[in-house]
Ligand binder design. Structure first.
Ligand SMILES: *Cc1c(COP(=O)(O)O)cnc(C)c1O
Length: 226
């Protein structure tokens, strides 16, 4: 049986090492346990081991899981979100990592208005420019920030990216650095908007992402697999 407690402990230790290496405190970096495809039983075990925030990447799966697990749990949505599925997500999660178009921003805002809530969001950026990747291109991010700022029900908190799949994990470093630089540019251009969150890094590369400034990592396999 997978020892989730031990896995979590190891991930947290390595996160702390990288935090210190980048001159930050371990508490400044949030771990999102990616629970897609994992059963409510496994998630409950992670929750018991002290993990509070979980990320799902499918709207339907998220909707079905919310409410199946008791306890002090917080959900994030991290996958590509189609506008016709926003109702399954908005209101069920404390953060959506994957706003990648003005159309989606508007759809999320509309649903949030209907529910009478404010929805925290990250803007997803395709820093590698790969065609297969979701996310806006780097030079379109400021337009998306402006569009989101026009929606009072949306609260922008930062940026998210998925690095390309590569063989040598060191090669992902420049992509993470690029997202941090983009964030720093936006922070200057939009001083009234909070773009402080940087969601980047997964099981294979979260340590490098933290070294490059990530303050939110999305880790699934390293927690839920042996
Ligand atoms: C699956 C997924 C992750 C986690 O990937 P692991 O390699 O299992 O850690 C992170 N982010 C997104 C967007 C994902 O879909």
């Amino acid at each position: 049986m997978v020892d989730i407690t031990e896995n979590l402990q190891r991930v947290r230790e390595l996160m702390a090492e990288s935090a210190v290496k980048s001159g930050r405190s371990p508490e400044d970096i949030e771990l999102v346990a990616v629970s897609k495809g994992r059963s409510p039983e496994l998630i409950a075990r992670a929750l018991q081991a002290g993990q509070k925030t979980f990320g799902e990447n499918r709207a339907q799966e998220l909707r079905d899981k919310v409410g199946k697990i008791d306890g002090d749990i917080e959900w994030h949505f991290i996958g590509h979100l189609q506008t016709n599925k926003v109702n399954m997500v908005v209101g069920n999660v404390s953060l959506i990592h994957s706003i990648d178009s003005e159309r989606l921003a508007r759809a999320v805002a509309r649903r949030a208005t209907h529910l009478g809530i404010r929805q925290d969001v990250l803007l997803q950026v395709n820093v590698s420019g790969e065609e297969s990747k979701y996310g806006v291109e780097s030079d379109e991010v400021s337009r998306l920030v402006e569009a989101a700022m026009d929606e009072p029900q949306l609260r922008v908190r930062g940026l998210m990216t998925i690095a390309p799949v590569i063989v040598n994990i060191e090669e992902s470093r420049p992509y993470f650095r690029r997202l941090r630089e983009l964030r720093d540019d936006l922070a200057e251009r939009f001083p009234k908007t909070d773009v402080s969150r940087l969601s980047m890094g997964m099981s294979q590369d979260y340590r490098i992402a933290i070294e490059e400034g990530a303050n939110m990592v999305r880790v699934g396999t390293a927690i839920f697999s042996e």
